[in-house]
Design a protein around this ligand. Structure first.
Ligand code: DHB
Length: 392
C-alpha cells in the first residue's frame, strides 16, 4: 500500500492533519489501533482555544462546533473564599475559549474524513517504522484482518501519543527528554446536575486545588487535586462531594449543586517534551512529542497548533519541492510548546498545594493570585495564554 503522508494515530493531531492536507490535495492514510466507537466515546478535555475554533470553522469542520460549543468570555479564580474574575474578552481584544469536548471534535473530524472517502484504518496495530533516512519510509503494521502489511509513504507522522511507535523511533543519541512529574493527580468526575457556575472555577484552597467545569446543561465535569496513587474505590460519593464542597467553600456562601456521579477517574500530572520533534522523514505531533499537566487545558490545542505548522510545511514542500519549512518545523513547534509548558506548569504551581507546603508557601501563592487578579498586566498575561497564542 502507498500514500503520500502516512499518519499513525486518529487523535486530534492525526485527524486534523489529514483533513488539512486533503484540502491541499495531499493524500493520507491514517492507521489507528482503536475502534471508532472507542475514540468517539472517550471523555477527555473540553476547552478549545480561539485559534483552534477559527481553524475548524475556516476549514469547514466547525458547523456543529458553532451550534453546540459554548463560548467562555472569562474564567473565575477562587481563593480566600471568594471569586475573582479574569475577563478574557476584555483583556485580549475579543478572544475567548469555547467549551466543546474533545470527543465531539474527533467525531466531526472522522465524519469529515469519511465523507470525502479519506482512509482511516481502525483496529490496526503499527509495529515499526523504517527507512526514515530515505525518501520512501515505511510503516509496518498488523491490519484488522491480522495480516502483516506495509504502508509506503513520503513522510511519516507520529501522532500516536506518549506510548506510540513514533516517539520510540526517535534515535536514542538524538532524542532529549525533558520531564517533570508532579506529586499530585486530579480526581475527575462527571455528574448529572445543572451548572454551579456559568464560567469555569479554578479554586485554590488549603485542602488543595479544585476545578469546576461543565459539559452540557445537565452534565458537569469537576476535578480535585488528589494523591496520584490514590484509588477510585477509596472515594464514596459522599466523600467526593464533601471534599469538593470544602474546597470551594467561602464567605460568599457558594455551594456546588450536587447530582448523581456516573464517571470517576484519576489523571496523573506531568510535563514532558521530546526534542527534536523530527528525525529524517518522521515528524511527531501532539502527545507523541509532549505532555502538559491539565491545568489550563493546553493539550488538545497544542496538538492542533503542531499540525497547523506541519500542514503549512508539507503544503509548501509538495507545491515547490522546498524543504525549508519542514526543516524548521521542530524549532518552530517547540517554541510554542515551551510557552505552553511554562503556562501549564505556572497555573499548576499557583493553584495546587504541595504536601508539606509551609505557611510561607501558602502566603506566597495567595500573593501571586492577588497579583494575577488585581493588576491588569498580570491578568492580561494569564488571559492571553489561556485563550491561546497565535498558531503561525
Ligand atoms: C477542563 C479540563 C482542564 O484541564 C481545564 O483546565 C479546564 C477544563 C475540562 O475537562 O472541562
Amino acid at each position: 500500500m502507498r500514500t503520500q503522508v502516512g499518519i499513525i494515530g486518529a487523535g486530534p493531531a492525526g485527524l486534523m492533519l489529514a483533513h488539512l492536507l486533503h484540502l491541499r490535495g495531499i493524500e493520507t492514510v491514517i492507521l489507528e489501533s482503536r475502534q471508532r466507537e472507542a475514540i468517539e466515546s472517550t471523555i477527555r478535555a473540553g476547552i478549545l482555544e480561539q485559534s483552534t475554533v477559527d481553524l475548524m470553522v475556516e476549514t469547514g469542520v466547525g458547523e456543529r462546533l458553532k451550534r453546540e460549543g459554548v463560548p467562555h468570555h472569562g474564567t473565575i479564580l477562587r481563593f480566600g473564599g471568594r471569586n475573582h474574575r479574569i475577563d478574557f474578552q476584555g483583556l485580549t481584544g475579543g478572544r475567548v475559549t469555547t467549551l466543546y469536548p474533545q470527543h465531539e471534535v474527533l467525531k466531526d473530524l472522522i465524519a469529515a474524513r469519511l465523507q470525502v472517502g479519506g482512509e482511516i484504518r481502525f483496529g490496526t496495530k503499527v509495529t515499526a517504522v523504517s527507512g526514515l533516512d530515505s525518501k520512501q519510509p515505511v510503516i509496518h503494521f498488523i491490519g484488522a484482518d491480522a495480516a502483516d502489511s506495509r504502508l509506503h509513504c513520503d513522510f511519516i507522522l507520529g501522532c500516536d501519543g506518549a506510548y506510540g511507535v513514533g516517539r520510540a523511533a526517535m534515535p536514542d543519541g538524538l532524542r532529549q527528554d525533558y520531564q517533570r512529574i508532579y506529586p499530585f493527580g486530579w480526581f475527575g468526575i462527571l455528574c448529572k446536575a445543572p451548572p454551579s457556575s456559568e464560567e469555569l472555577v479554578y479554586a485554590r484552597h488549603d485542602r488543595g486545588f479544585a476545578l469546576i467545569s461543565n459539559r452540557t446543561p445537565d452534565v458537569q465535569r469537576m476535578y480535585f487535586q488528589c494523591d496520584p496513587n490514590d484509588k477510585i474505590e477509596n472515594w464514596s460519593d459522599d466523600r467526593i462531594w464533601s471534599e469538593l464542597q470544602a474546597r470551594v467553600q467561602g464567605g460568599d456562601g457558594f455551594r456546588l449543586i450536587e447530582g448523581e456521579i456516573f464517571q470517576r477517574n484519576i489523571v496523573p500530572m506531568r510535563s514532558y517534551v521530546c526534542e527534536p520533534m523530527q528525525h529524517g522523514r518522521l515528524f511527531l505531533a501532539g502527545d507523541a512529542a509532549h505532555t502538559v499537566p491539565p491545568t489550563g487545558a493546553k493539550g488538545l490545542n497544542l496538538a492542533i497548533s503542531d499540525v497547523f505548522l506541519l500542514d503549512r510545511a508539507l503544503g509548501h514542500h509538495y507545491a515547490t519541492g522546498a524543504t525549508d519549512l519542514l526543516d524548521g518545523y521542530s524549532a518552530a513547534a517547540l517554541r510554542r510548546v515551551w510557552r505552553a509548558q511554562h503556562f501549564s506548569w505556572w497555573m499548576t504551581s499557583m493553584l495546587h498545594r504541595a504536601d508539606g507546603a509551609s505557611a510561607f508557601d501558602d502566603r506566597r501563592q495567595l500573593a501571586e493570585l492577588d497579583l494575577v487578579t488585581g493588576t491588569v498586566a498580570a491578568a492580561t498575561s494569564l488571559a492571553q495564554n489561556y485563550v491561546g497564542l497565535p498558531f503561525g
